[in-house]
Design a protein around this ligand. Structure first.
Ligand code: UDP
Length: 247
């Protein structure tokens, strides 16, 4: 079972959350909606680092399929995450949440460089730290960045906000009889191939270093608040649980 309450979390927000009902790009109204969810836990004094994705703007894999060199395409994708980071920073500050944006790619005009100890200090001082550019290297995605940052920032948990309210044994959009896991071992999570949970590299890193993962739906009432309070929201993945479906 998840611990009673998380004190420091790494929240992974996919780029799609920033796009609202659009097909592409950033919807400022959606950015405020994401920010409002984060404010709910900020006011509960949870220390928060956010890894923001870039899929609403550019994904390296898609770019490379269209002929761009893969590494170059990935750098474009990383820059997309910094754009989202700026939009999320703006939204959070509009509603009174202090933030710092740090980037794993050096862009000093718009973001601090990622400095681990500084990021921890910001959280201790009550600032939400937004982490752009993932890991700063190509051939991986922001899931791996989220796992890595959760570990080095000594977070209690990696919370992955998605469109679906947890991990299912098969794609719930295609199968009526799909069942949601309440708890799942990392070993089993890596073996579920029908459902895209997270990059295998991110899962493996979390497994090897005992960083629990919570997968939940962001736009589902106050699910994020419930999740940080340790309520049984979504799916909790750890080395210290048994794989069990929701009853
Ligand atoms: N990316 C990368 N290295 C990283 C993080 C991201 O190369 O450490 C690139 C990669 O091309 C990826 C893109 O940035 O497709 C956007 O991130 P991601 O696809 O993870 O965004 P999300 O799906 O979370 O919106």
């Amino acid at each position: 079972m998840p611990p009673k309450r998380f004190k420091r979390i790494l929240l992974k927000v996919g780029g799609e959350a920033m796009m609202g009902n659009r097909n592409f790009g950033i919807d400022p109204v959606a950015a405020i909606e994401v920010a409002e969810k984060i404010k709910q836990i900020y006011t509960e004094h949870v220390q928060i680092a956010i890894v923001i994705g870039g899929g609403n703007v550019f994904r390296g894999v898609a770019g490379s399929k269209q002929g761009i060199d893969r590494a170059t395409a990935d750098y474009i994708g990383m820059m997309a995450t910094v754009m989202n980071g700026l939009a999320l920073q703006d939204a959070l500050e509009q509603i009174g949440v202090p933030t710092r944006l740090q980037s794993a790619l050096s862009m000093p005009s718009v973001a601090e460089n990622f400095i681990r100890r500084k990021a921890i200090r910001h959280m201790e001082k009550g600032r939400v730290v937004i982490l752009g550019a993932g890991t700063g290297v190509p051939y991986v995605t922001t899931d791996t960045g989220a796992s890595l940052h959760a570990l080095e920032l000594h977070c209690d948990v990696l919370m992955k906000a998605t469109k679906v309210n947890g991990i299912y044994d098969k794609d719930p959009e295609k199968h009526n009889d799909a069942r949601r896991f309440a708890t799942l071992t990392f070993k089993d999570a890596i073996q579920i191939t029908d459902v895209e949970i997270m990059d295998t590299s991110a899962l493996a890193m979390s497994m090897e270093n005992n960083m629990p993962l919570m997968v939940f739906k962001l736009f589902d009432g106050d699910s994020l608040l419930q999740a940080v309070k340790g309520k049984n929201i979504g799916t909790y993945v750890s080395n210290n649980v048994e794989t069990k479906f929701v009853q």
